[in-house]
Design a binder for this molecule. Structure first.
Ligand code: CA
Ligand code: CA
Length: 361
């Protein structure tokens, strides 16, 4: 196979002058240390459930008992309630990751061929929780207290942790325009179709927020080196999303919780059981930093990491569809405008043959 490929390339190259393959080039850029993401996150999760005193005849006979209503009753009774969890706060993290961008100077466009960002990068975001409880009137024994129903009670409720916040390239076009600044650098302006994966721990309960699609504005200043072999990108990405994760979720059962009484030293000790109906997530984030890296081998036309006959076939297919047409063609990533002059023509064919003949290290 390799011999066939070389023979084929050589046959064409015999008639071709020497070229320096340039631009329309893929760069693998890695986010450098020092990048930051400022986030403003909020979670709202309504639930219904019960509370009951932590009394137990054998293990906790001095515990709190709960009784419904103003008067009467006996024993320890489950009291129906609704509880809304609200989580919110601002945080700063240091994201890590990399992306492949394909630049086409002639067409004035760039495309994003791959992207993987760990937006937390080992950091865990802690967000304070406020719980708002509503219930019908009930009383407690040990300590004695009356809780009048119909009045929402807002209580600090520990903290939630965001444990995973990852972005990968999703479906749709990711890319935009690149405009020369006159000093060898280019201003990039576009969008990235991202899939953002989200996981959190809420009341010791893991919450998988799944993956939500986000169209993120992406831009920055792209500066290739003189020979184009390396490049830096001062990058900014805006991530903004509001989504709903529908339930049902596993019940949160018998979570110890202290209800305030008039005596702050003597709260009522109850156990909460909650069923969350849905979780509303709102994420606002802004990534800023420097990405840097090297130009990828142009012979690997389809960017799968190896240069082989499939690259030749993919190029031939793209070239056949697009000869004589302006780039990007046939799409922004597998662009047959190899020499990046804005037009797909025989010069691109010759340039690709040269690159393919050179192969990859
Ligand atoms: Ca390949
Ligand atoms: Ca061209």
């Amino acid at each position: 196979m390799i011999r066939t490929r070389s023979a084929l390339a050589s046959a064409f190259l015999a008639a071709a002058p020497a070229f320096t393959v340039c631009a329309s080039d893929p760069y693998l850029l890695t986010i450098q240390p020092g990048a930051s993401m400022s986030t403003s996150n909020s979670i709202f999760a309504p639930s219904s459930g019960t509370l009951i005193g932590n009394y137990d005849a054998t293990s906790n006979p001095a515990g709190t008992r709960t009784l419904p209503g103003l008067f009467g009753g006996s024993g320890n009774n489950a009291i129906p309630l609704s509880l809304d969890v609200e989580v919110g706060g601002d945080n700063e993290t240091s994201p890590a990751g990399s992306m492949t961008i394909v630049t086409n100077v002639g067409a004035g466009t760039f495309a994003i061929a791959s992207l993987g960002l760990d937006l937390l990068n080992e950091t865990v975001i802690e967000l304070p929780i406020t719980a708002t409880i509503q219930y019908s009137t009930f009383r407690t024994v040990s300590p004695s207290f009356l809780y009048l129903g119909g009045v929402p009670l807002a209580i600090p409720f520990g903290s939630a942790r965001v444990t995973v916040l990852d972005a990968t390239l999703g479906a749709g076009v990711s890319g935009g325009t690149m405009t020369p600044n006159g000093d060898g650098s280019y201003t990039l302006n576009g969008v990235a179709a991202l899939d953002v994966a989200f996981q959190a721990v809420l009341l010791d309960q893991p919450v998988d927020g799944g993956t939500v699609p986000v169209i993120a504005p992406i831009g920055g200043t792209f500066t290739p080196s003189i020979d184009g072999s390396t490049a830096t990108l001062s990058i900014s990405i805006g991530i903004s999303n509001a989504s709903e994760v529908p339930g049902p979720f596993p019940a949160v059962e018998n979570v110890p919780f202290d209800l305030p009484t008039l005596d702050s030293n003597a709260p009522a000790h109850v156990l909460l059981t909650l069923n969350f109906e849905r979780i509303d997530l709102t994420l606002e984030g802004a990534v800023a930093g420097i990405a840097a890296g090297s130009r990828l081998c142009r012979a690997d036309f389809n960017l799968d990491g190896v240069a082989d006959i499939l690259d030749f076939l993919d190029f031939l297919a793209g070239f056949g569809d697009c000869q004589g047409l302006p780039s990007p063609c046939p799409d922004q990533i597998l662009d047959a405008d190899v020499n990046s002059d804005g037009l797909v023509d025989i010069l691109d064919f010759l340039d690709f043959l040269q690159a393919f003949s050179d192969g990859c290290e």
